[in-house]
Design a protein around this ligand. Structure first.
Ligand code: SAM
Length: 219
C-alpha cells in the first residue's frame, strides 16, 4: 500500500510514510471488510460512513506538516484510522465524531493499540472543541459547504487547517494557513467526501441517503 499507492503518487514526508507503515489499517475495518483493508479506495465502516482512501489520509496528513509538539483537532473520527496516523506524529489529538457507535468502536481499537495521546468525543465537530482550543493543526474528514467559522477561530497563529469544501457531489480540498493574523487558503486537490453534518456544515435534512460514498481525489 505505502509503496504503490502513496510513494508512487508523491507522498514524500518520511514521518508520514513511517506512520502509514506502522498503523495496522485492517484493525479499523469491520471484520467482514478486512480483506479490503489495503485497497486503493475508501471502504464502508457502517452507519453509512467510510474509512478514507489510504492516499487521502496520507495526503491530508502531509499537507498539515504535523510536528511532534503539535496539538491537533480532527473532525470525523470515523473508524479512528486517521486519528491513529495523526497520533503517531503529534503530541496530542482531539477527535470529534457525531455518530456515537463509530466513536465508541474507534475508541476500543485505539485503546487496544495503546494510543494514550488521543481524546475522543461525540458531538458536532463543525463547532470545534472550544475548551481545548487553540490547535496547531485541524483536519476535517467530511465536506462542508463553506469554511466553518468556529474552526478558523480555533486555529493557532502558524496553524494549518485542511478541509473539503464544495457541494454534496464534489469538493476542493482546501489548505488554510494562519499567518500574521491572516488566513491564507489554497486549493490542494479535488475530492469527494461524505458530508459534514452540523450547525456549520450541512443540515441533516439537506443530505440524502445516497450521499455517503467518498471517492478519489480527481487530481
Ligand atoms: N478519517 C476517517 C477514518 O479514517 O475512518 C473517516 C472519516 S469519514 C470519511 C467522515 C466522518 O465524519 C463520518 O464518520 C461522519 O459521521 C463524521 N461527521 C460528519 N459530520 C460530522 C460532524 N459535524 N461532527 C463530527 N463528525 C462528523
Amino acid at each position: 500500500m505505502v509503496a504503490e499507492q502513496l510513494v508512487k503518487r508523491g507522498i514524500r514526508d518520511p514521518r508520514v510514510i513511517a506512520a502509514m507503515e506502522k498503523v495496522p489499517r485492517h484493525l479499523f475495518l469491520p471484520e467482514p471488510m478486512r480483506d479490503r483493508s489495503y485497497d486503493d479506495r475508501p471502504c464502508p465502516i457502517g452507519c453509512g460512513q467510510t474509512i478514507s482512501q489510504p492516499y487521502m489520509v496520507a495526503f491530508m496528513t502531509e499537507l498539515l506538516a504535523i510536528q511532534s509538539t503539535d496539538k491537533v483537532l480532527e473532525i470525523g473520527t470515523g473508524s479512528g484510522y486517521q486519528t491513529a496516523v495523526l497520533a503517531e506524529l503529534a503530541r496530542s489529538v482531539y477527535s470529534i465524531e457525531r455518530i456515537g457507535e463509530l466513536s465508541h468502536r474507534a475508541e476500543e481499537v485505539l485503546t487496544e493499540l495503546g494510543y494514550r495521546n488521543v481524546t475522543l468525543k461525540v458531538g458536532d465537530g463543525s463547532e470545534g472543541w472550544f475548551e481545548e482550543a487553540p490547535f496547531d493543526a485541524i483536519l476535517v474528514a467530511a465536506s462542508a459547504p463553506l469554511l466553518p467559522e468556529p474552526l478558523l477561530l480555533q486555529l493557532k497563529e502558524g496553524g494549518r487547517f485542511v478541509i473539503p469544501v464544495g457541494d454534496l457531489r464534489q469538493q476542493k480540498l482546501i489548505l488554510v494557513c494562519r499567518e500574521k493574523g491572516r488566513s491564507i487558503a489554497r486549493e490542494a486537490a479535488r475530492c469527494i467526501f461524505v458530508p459534514l453534518i452540523g450547525s456549520h456544515g450541512w443540515r441533516d435534512g439537506e443530505v440524502s441517503s445516497d450521499d455517503d460514498g467518498e471517492g478519489f481525489p480527481l487530481s
